[in-house]
Write a protein that binds this ligand. Structure first.
Ligand SMILES: Cc1cc2nc3c(=O)[nH]c(=O)nc-3n(C[C@H](O)[C@H](O)[C@H](O)COP(=O)(O)OP(=O)(O)OC[C@H]3O[C@@H](n4cnc5c(N)ncnc54)[C@H](O)[C@@H]3O)c2cc1C
Length: 471
């Protein structure tokens, strides 16, 4: 593994002159803003932040860093909670100025620059009634989410984001450039489909798009129940979910109802168990498909309604702006067992702050029809990706939210499938990374050896290069 210590003696003025984008160093007034990432718990001091305007800038940065022994951190949307988008003493290669999208409605594809957020992509594709599977927020970066797998509203019907990744442009560790697809560098495409930022710097992605709803209008929204209903809701949900048509998907949460519209004032601040539903099929079938969802139990609120997909995708953006304290713990679950429900009930009652929450996202349907070794993303057994999220605006609560998430996870983990979604991990070490890739780790390590033998790209959920070529 590369262990080069940070050097501030590298001639950054040369790099600043070589690139079209802006290079920010500690002497510049914008430095504190440039080193900030989405998670305000992360407080790192990079040697410089390079805002790249084109692929040539990325190439120049990689070559410069290699030549001068400077570590590289790569940043797309900056959402990574572990904070790998910035690092002490590193050159941060920031792709955020690269924000263009090109939709091809005839081919059902979209080409996306690596600095885009999912909001950029949805804006472009939903105009044509189409979408690529992404996540549950529009402010998350395309690059990091895609490279880790991509779990969202459309996973059940159209697979993970990586199942819709057709091609990518990549700057490799030696500064060379390749376009990868199923017919060119297909080993690298396999690795990019879930292997994270280990293999190179992607400058653009090409995705398949899928027709959704009626001209991009879907039917979705939350159904909220009193927290005391959690056991009944979870048992009903775990039985119902697999039997639903794939046009309907719902993720389950424990939460505090936000004290803001559109939630009715009498519910503000009340703890709840909720399911956020998204139906993307034909609207004339919606009533029949949604009937069990609308009629179960005694909900506090049924917020299901027609809306453009972009509205559902961005519905929670305002609740979770950049700059909050953020600590999460994750696992995959093959089932929601009775023992797990007991743990959810215990820790749901102890939600430490209004923003703190627990989510379980289904990975079934189309995503589970892809074999576990067909892409780097290994957990496709038809279960859930769970994440326990401690969040608060106040840094004074950082310990409290972290401890709650750790304690909750420690009791829940025995009911899990072993690993966690790499995009939901903190900086938790090699054992967790290996557990998350299951049997795919060794193949990833071999591809890493081929494309990045010196582990130039190691500020991430790191896959160590295999030491020997495999026979
Ligand atoms: C509020 C919130 C909501 C989220 N919701 C979802 C969700 O619904 N579904 C889901 O699947 N995930 C979700 N995530 C997790 C998200 O996928 C990860 O945090 C992901 O790392 C974010 O990508 P980014 O580009 O914004 O992050 P960044 O911090 O910019 O990048 C993360 C890492 O990705 C790598 N990387 C970034 N850009 C490149 C590039 N161009 N080339 C090579 N490597 C690169 C680097 O290793 C980098 O450290 C969410 C995260 C947050 C904080």
């Amino acid at each position: 593994m590369t262990t080069s210590t940070a050097t501030t003696t590298a001639p950054f003025a040369e790099l600043a002159a070589a690139i079209r984008g802006v290079l920010v160093t500690p002497e510049d007034p914008g430095y504190d803003q440039a080193r900030a990432v989405y998670n305000a718990m992360i407080d790192k001091h990079p040697a410089a932040v390079a805002y790249c305007r084109d692929t040539a800038d990325v190439v120049a940065c990689v070559r410069f860093a290699r030549q001068h022994g400077v570590e590289i951190a790569v940043r797309g949307g900056g959402h990574n909670a572990a904070g790998f988008g910035v690092w002490d003493g590193a050159l941060v290669i920031d792709l955020s100025p690269l924000r263009s999208t090109t939709v091809n409605p005839q081919n059902h594809t979209v080409r996306v620059d690596a600095g885009c957020t999912w909001g950029d992509v949805d804006h472009a594709t939903v105009a044509f009634g189409m979408a690529t599977p992404s996540g549950f927020l529009s402010s998350t970066g395309v690059a990091g989410l895609t490279l880790g797998g991509g779990i969202g509203y459309l996973t059940r019907r159209f697979g993970l984001t990586v199942d819709n990744l057709l091609a990518a442009d990549v700057v490799l560790a030696d500064g060379t450039f390749v376009t990868v697809s199923d017919t060119s560098h297909s080993d690298l495409l396999w690795a990019l489909r879930g292997g994270g930022g280990n293999f190179g710097i992607v400058t653009s992605f090409t995705f398949r798009c899928n027709d959704i709803g009626e001209a991009g209008t879907i039917i979705g929204g939350p159904v909220l129940y009193d927290l005391s209903d959690t056991p009944e809701v979870m048992r009903w949900y775990r039985e119902l979910a697999p039997s639903l048509p794939e046009e309907l998907s719902g993720w389950i949460a424990l939460l505090t109802i936000p004290p803001a519209p559109p939630f009715p004032e009498e519910l503000w601040g009340r703890k709840a168990c909720g399911i956020v539903w998204c139906y993307t099929g034909p609207h004339d079938r919606a009533d029949a498909v949604l009937e069990p969802v609308r009629t179960f139990g005694s909900p506090l609120l049924i917020g299901i309604q027609p809306m453009p997909f972009t509205v559902l995708q961005s519905a929670f953006d305002a609740l979770y702006p950049a700059g909050l304290q953020w600590y999460w713990k994750a696992d995959f679950f093959a089932e929601i067992s009775d023992a797990a429900i007991d743990v959810h009930v215990k820790f749901g009652a102890q939600l430490p702050t209004g923003h703190s929450t627990m989510h379980m996202y289904p990975i079934d349907g189309a995503a589970s029809r892809v074999a576990g070794d067909a892409t780097a993303f290994a957990y496709r057994d038809g279960g859930w990706a769970g994440v326990i999220v401690g969040v608060d605006p106040d840094a004074a609560n950082a310990d409290r939210i972290s401890r709650w998430a750790q304690d909750y996870w420690a009791e829940l983990h025995p009911t899990s499938a072993g690993g966690g979604y790499i995009n939901f991990l903190m900086n938790e070490g090699q054992d967790r990374v290996r557990a998350s890739y299951r049997g795919n780790y060794d193949r990833l390590a071999e591809i890493k050896r081929r494309y990045d033998p010196d582990n130039t790209f190691h500020i991430n959920q790191n896959i160590h290069p295999a030491s020997e070529p495999s026979s």
